[in-house]
Design a protein around this ligand. Structure first.
Ligand code: SF4
Length: 284
């Protein structure tokens, strides 16, 4: 097992023909992609058994770079596409890559029900605090008082704590990490991939180009260090106080439960219905 992120050769896992990638220099989304591919490599998940579904936005573009079966779907709907895919093909590892706007605003309803349903899907939500690709508008995770193109006087809305929301909606596995800790992020994603039900992993990856500049947060490395200083490692929490983001952002595994996975329950119900039908047919 490789100890350092730099030792992992990412190139065989990428579609080289899609290079150069479109990410801005210093954007943490590339680090998140590396951590995901590293976790998949360590779990020896074959690309023929991997389906990556993404929505729209900077995070949504990442699926195009992964050498596997990938689906770049409509805004806010990757979890809906992934639900059909995971139900029809339980032999696949279905991974969703979504942004905070895609996952919590436009696709917020799908997220709540994916958590409640608990189908085996690993959902990676890259939280950059804005709608980066469309020019830096305010999103559900923009922190209090921060400047965006649509909040020039500072954001007055409370922001969502995405992990608290996923926990309250019933997700089987919930975790959060920053891009500063690549091995930790890889380990968290790996645990999410191994979880038998719905796994939600939030990656804090502030948009360096628009959000960072507008709020004068310094260089991308200074921004990553700022995020690191804001988090509080947490081994495990099974309850959350508020669905809104507090100044205490906990990282690590935040929630875990082993309730029944939806796909297995659905197939068992279908088998029971089929057996009952066969008994009825034999009796007539
Ligand atoms: S706009 Fe922001 S989130 Fe999008 S690639 Fe550039 S730095 Fe990353």
């Amino acid at each position: 097992m490789l100890e350092h992120a730099a030792d992992f050769d990412i190139r065989p896992a990428l579609r080289q023909e899609m290079m150069p990638h479109f990410l801005c220099p210093g954007c943490g989304h590339g680090i998140a992609l590396r951590a995901l591919l590293w976790a998949l490599h360590e779990l020896k998940i074959d690309k023929d058994r991997l389906a990556v579904v993404s929505g729209i936005g900077c995070a949504g573009r990442l699926s195009a770079y992964i050498d596997a079966s990938t689906f770049h779907t409509t805004h806010g709907r990757p979890l809906a596409f992934a639900t059909g895919l995971a139900l029809a093909r339980p032999d696949l590892h279905v991974v969703v890559i979504s942004g905070d706007g895609d996952c919590l605003a436009i696709g917020g309803n799908h997220l709540i029900h994916a958590c409640r349903r608990n189908l085996k899907i690993t959902c990676l939500m890259l939280n950059n605090e804005v709608y980066g690709m469309t020019g830096g508008q305010v999103s559900p995770t923009t922190s209090d008082g921060m400047l965006t193109t649509t909040t020039p006087l500072g954001n007055a809305e409370p922001s969502f704590d995405a992990c608290a929301l996923a926990t309250a909606a019933g997700a089987g596995f919930v975790g959060r990490e920053v891009t500063h800790h690549v091995p930790k992020l890889k380990a968290l994603i790996k645990q999410g991939l191994e979880h038998p039900g719905f796994a939600f992993v939030e990656v804090l990856s502030d948009c360096t180009e628009i959000f960072g500049r507008k709020n004068e947060l310094g260089s991308s490395s200074e921004m990553i260090l700022r995020q690191k200083s804001e988090i509080r490692p947490s081994a495990y929490r099974d309850t959350v106080d508020t669905p809104f983001r507090s100044t205490d952002l906990h990282t690590g595994v935040l929630t875990r439960n082993d309730r029944a996975e939806y796909g297995g329950a659905y197939r068992a119900a279908a088998a029971r219905a089929k057996a009952a039908e066969a008994i009825k047919a034999a009796a007539t």
